[in-house]
Ligand binder design. Structure first.
Ligand SMILES: Nc1ncnc2c1ncn2[C@@H]1O[C@H](COP(=O)(O)OP(=O)(O)OP(=O)(O)O)[C@@H](O)[C@H]1O
Length: 351
């Protein structure tokens, strides 16, 4: 048994265009745990949408298998990918909601009617349809806008309607494909916070496809980085954004935690110095470590570089310091820092 709500197993998707073969997704295997907000990030054309479209049956893989809700939706039999029990899958598909960059609302219908439209096949009585749409619109903060038409709403509000509509059939998974890409930073953050709220209150698993790293950093539990059809990195935000040394990841996630390139950009050489990189988390941020290194070990630490970033609710600091003092004292200082749960790595070599 697995707790993964989605499992990709050696999934590849090829397209043929102008007689040329495009490997949009290439041998991808990983799982998305139930109840998480899982980010899939990468440049445009990396294969993010194509991969995720296999989850809700919009794209059949060329090879490999995909399990959703613990059951295969595509199965590889004798080298042929088959859709399993199509009728049942239609029902399963309703448990997957989707929002896009373009809200695709019906312009002639009110906000309330747009949501009611998605409840057409839910088997509810008319008055229950109206009540459910109203309650969904309340959940997305649009109680005062039920009678408005889409054109009377801001982009952020229209995306909220799209979210209410996507939730109409009580999905267990919500796929957000670049849903905030057309919004300004304030509306982007509001929509992301709404997704986080829905994730927490409803236990909704959210798959967030985006090229915006700030979106990932704000709400995701885990992130997969895709490049040229492959998953090149996967893990917690700290693993990927802070600790990964994968050159493709570093390029995509930005925010340079790679000490040597920081030093290079600052024209600082590492010869004849005792440089260490410190990575520390919220609980250590207010500790006066530089003063303590001096008072306890007579190590004069000069700060070469310092930065602080926020990942979800966790602040992460990075500092590169030059430890000036006796070798024995330096070793003790490093041990002392490690005991504080600060990650210490000594930097050797030239910048
Ligand atoms: N239906 C299709 N026919 C031919 N090629 C396609 C098709 N859909 C996607 N592709 C190609 O597959 C590759 C991956 O596209 P995909 O849309 O999955 O990338 P993406 O990472 O989601 O980027 P974007 O954010 O730009 O959509 C691209 O080269 C794209 O041109």
């Amino acid at each position: 048994m697995t707790d993964n709500i989605v499992e990709f197993k050696n999934v590849s998707v090829d397209f043929t265009q102008d007689k040329k073969q495009i490997k949009a997704v290439s041998d991808v295997s990983f799982g998305i745990p139930e109840g998480q907000i899982f980010g899939i990030a990468g440049y445009s054309g990396a294969g993010k949408s194509t991969l995720v479209r296999t989850v809700n049956l919009l794209q059949k893989p060329t090879s490999g298998e995909v399990d959703v809700f613990g059951k295969p939706v595509y199965k590889n039999t004798d080298g042929k990918v088959e859709i399993i029990d199509e009728k049942q899958l239609r029902t399963e598909r309703r448990k997957i909601g989707m929002i896009f960059q373009h809200y695709n609302l019906l312009s002639q219908k009110t906000v309330q009617q747009n949501v009611e439209f998605a409840l057409k096949h839910a088997g509810l009585k008319e008055k229950d349809v109206a009540a459910k749409a109203k309650s969904l619109l309340k959940d997305v903060g649009l109680s005062d806008y039920t009678k408005h038409f889409p054109a009377q709403l801001s982009g952020g509000q229209q995306q909220r309607v799209a979210i209410a509509r996507a939730l109409a059939n009580d999905p267990k998974i919500l796929i957000s494909d670049e849903a905030t890409s057309a919004l300004d930073p304030e509306n982007t953050n509001q929509i992301l916070d709404l997704l986080k709220d829905l994730n927490q209150k409803r236990g909704l698993t959210v798959i967030l496809i985006t090229h915006e790293m700030d979106a990932i950093k704000r709400i995701c539990d885990q992130v997969a980085i895709m490049d040229a059809g492959k998953v090149v990195d996967l893990g917690s935000l700290i693993d990927v954004f802070v600790k990964s040394t994968n050159p493709v990841t570093r390029k995509i996630v930005g925010g340079d935690f790679d000490a040597f390139s920081i030093l290079k950009s600052l024209n600082i050489d590492t010869k004849n110095r005792h440089l260490v990189k410190l990575i520390y988390f919220s609980q250590e941020i207010s500790k006066p470590i530089i003063i303590e290194l001096y008072s306890k070990f007579q190590i004069a630490a000069s700060i070469v570089y310092a930065d602080i970033e926020k990942f979800r609710d966790e602040a992460v600091g990075i500092m590169i310091v030059d430890l000036n003092g006796e070798e024995t004292q330096r070793k003790q200082a490093i041990e002392y820092l490690q005991n504080l749960d600060i990650e210490v790595s000594e930097l050797r070599g030239e910048a």
